[in-house]
Design a protein around this ligand. Sequence first.
Ligand SMILES: NC(=O)c1ccc[n+]([C@@H]2O[C@H](COP(=O)([O-])OP(=O)(O)OC[C@H]3O[C@@H](n4cnc5c(N)ncnc54)[C@H](O)[C@@H]3O)[C@@H](O)[C@H]2O)c1
Length: 301
Amino acid sequence: MKDFQNKTAVITGAASGFGREFARVGALRGMKLVLCDVQDEGLAEAARELTDAGAEVLAQRCDVRHGAEVEALAKAAMARFGAVHLLFNNAGVGSGGLIWENTEADWQWVLGVNLWGVIHGIRIFTPLMLESARTDPRFEGHIVNTASMAGLLNAPTMGVYNASKHAVVSISETLYHDLALIEAPIGASVLCPYFVPTGIHQSHRHRPADVKMSAPPTPSQRAAQSMSDKAVTSGKVSAAEVAARTFEAVAAGEFYIYSHPGALTPVRVRAEDIVTPRNPSDPFAESPHVRDLLRAKLRGA
Ligand SMILES: NC(=O)c1ccc[n+]([C@@H]2O[C@H](COP(=O)([O-])OP(=O)(O)OC[C@H]3O[C@@H](n4cnc5c(N)ncnc54)[C@H](O)[C@@H]3O)[C@@H](O)[C@H]2O)c1
């Protein structure tokens, strides 16, 4: 997709972080914006900012875990703007800790947002885009799914999040092949950020009542939380830079989009582990102090 002017972008998780920045770049590029989130205040604030900047904006509360809400978002987007050209399946949340200590509610919540959100986005919006392409020979579309480096690696104490993001990478690669198979004028990309300062480490603050935590966090969950607080807040690449890079990649038709292209060695090592085959390499080989710190935290020190 090369031309963004007057085209429509749908962005999930648009109240904060990457979603908010995608919306800002979209507005700068003259796009009409459909923004959704579960944080009403942040969503209203984003809508105000972008409307003031001159963009046409439709903001609608939508919990991407629920297909009916994503359907309603798509209906509203089509009614207002006629077609959707660029879809960011971006909403996401995190939950850490030793994998056997995660509750059913942890799995339901994280897979509900990170995986089902992407599933609903693809199964509801892709047919609409294909229909627009059928009726408009000049139609160009693109779908960007936000995964993570956690979709390419499996760091300890991040099992639920890792599983959700590996699934997003898998779905995105299949989407790419399926669209190519039918020669659709619709591209696909997967965004795999490393740690970038956003609200992601605080996602539990907006955790819905139906999947709330039923017990106080275990030592491993507390340890994972403090590691992710530190890693996310000390990230040196900004969400704005990642959003700008993402639009460049969409325009260039690039599939894999990285926030830290220089940090892919562990992905190479994992691929070598698989094809050699040998057991999974030590994720702390280059930073044994991190493992020592994590172990100390797990002991409750
Ligand atoms: N920031 C990072 O370091 C990082 C790294 C890798 C991947 N990611 C991914 O980037 C994406 C965006 O996250 P972010 O880092 O901008 O964090 P963020 O918390 O700033 O933004 C995520 C947004 O998603 C919204 N959201 C949560 N549940 C939702 C739901 N059920 N329906 C609709 N919206 C919902 C949140 O309210 C929030 O506004 C996520 O998929 C995340 O997993 C982030």
